[in-house]
Write a protein that binds this ligand. Sequence first.
Ligand SMILES: Cc1ncc(COP(=O)(O)O)c(C=O)c1O
Length: 481
Amino acid sequence: MSAAETLDPESWPAARAEAHRMLDDVLDHIAGLRGQPVWQEPPASVRAAFREPLPRAGADLAELRSVFNERIAPYSSGNAHPGFMGWVQGGGALAGVIGEMLAAGLNSNLGGRDHMPLQVEQQVLAWTREMFGFPEDSSGLFVTGTSQANFLAVLVARTRAFGRGVRALGLAGQAAPLTAYASRAAHGCIAKAMDMAGIGSDQLRLVAADEAHRIDLEALKAAIAADRRKGFRPFLIVGNAGTVDVGAIDDLDALADIAGAEELHFHVDGAFGALGVLAPSVAPRLKGLERADSVAFDWHKWGQVPYDAGFLLVRDRGLHLDAFAAEAPYLRRARSGLAGGDFWPCDYGPDLSRGFRALKTWFTLKAYGAEALGGVIERTCALARELQARVASEPELELLAPVPLNIVCFRYRGPDPDRLNGDIVEALHAEGRVAPSLTRIDGQVAIRAAFVNHRTQSCDVEALVSSVLAAGRDLIQRQAA
Ligand SMILES: Cc1ncc(COP(=O)(O)O)c(C=O)c1O
């Protein structure tokens, strides 16, 4: 068969040279991030270039390179940029980028079978257990992100409540409706997980939180008792290790006690905060995490691994298997050979075909080490405290929430503050120096700056403050004129 009949290059030397140029482009892009805007709006002509009909004939890699460099890279979402502070997103680091490239070259399918990429995933699983103080035989796997990991955890907890048979019977045959509990500060993906699990988002009881945005333990106990009296079947408590809006950490030890006493599954949503175990100043506040029945978190946030790299860790491997393992003749396991192996991730989640997310994570952990990643976590929390102090020192600014971790919610004081602060953030995005996002705290629109990216520095905090002040003054002046 000639090269022309396969999709391999006609000329490997030419393809190699082109690929090397593109690797250089990637390195230039990352090295030059600070000199670029965080975000810029793609012009209409650029958007239009991606509305072409299905290409019937192929194009040169050189042409694709220039399209990527001119029409995609300059208009990406900007989370790798040091000025990006929106939505709790990670910046990624070079070792993971290289790992992702190598993984794509291998093109392994990590659904199962006997090959080294699965040993790499198990290595990361073992490190994860070690980080969180989980037992040796606990199980886990990579998924897209914490939304997916939380969903799988709800399914694990459902199986714990009703046994493996629930997978065939569904919930229709169950006498009592299931109810789950999380604080009202919980991420929306928990309600969505309840919805997707067929339990219903209304069966997630959003329990009151205190001033520090931590779940109110007495209100939780009362909610569980009230549901039991009414004939519901409580099955799950979801604790927060870093709430999405302010980074609050629930009293995980107390939640583990309550879950134990009530015989409920105790899951922790630690999307970004769980990796705080790597930071000496944060780790003590995560006490109780080691007692969770399952933990969801993202390597792609504070772990600095390029997207996507979510993870679910489950204490009870048997329960985890009960929730997902299914036999099929075409997936028969062999005693030896390629169809052997004792870790088939398709037994632990819904995906059969899975990419090699583990490699970029392994590269990141090996290249930088857990201590350096913990150092990034410490530094990003310090940046949040810096911003908190700057907000306090500017009479035009007002802090709207406590700053327990790496997130600061504040606003510019002025008339119609909800609209004004929304307009300020839009102006900042258009300007492209820093990119915070918006949320609501106690009903008020807040500018939310989440420090996650290892590249962010004090000068970016200063740029955020000066940009918010300038935009606020400008908008008020223009309103007056
Ligand atoms: C606390 C929390 N839970 C869940 C999620 C969802 O995670 P992902 O975006 O990886 O699905 C986030 C995202 O920021 C989060 O902060």
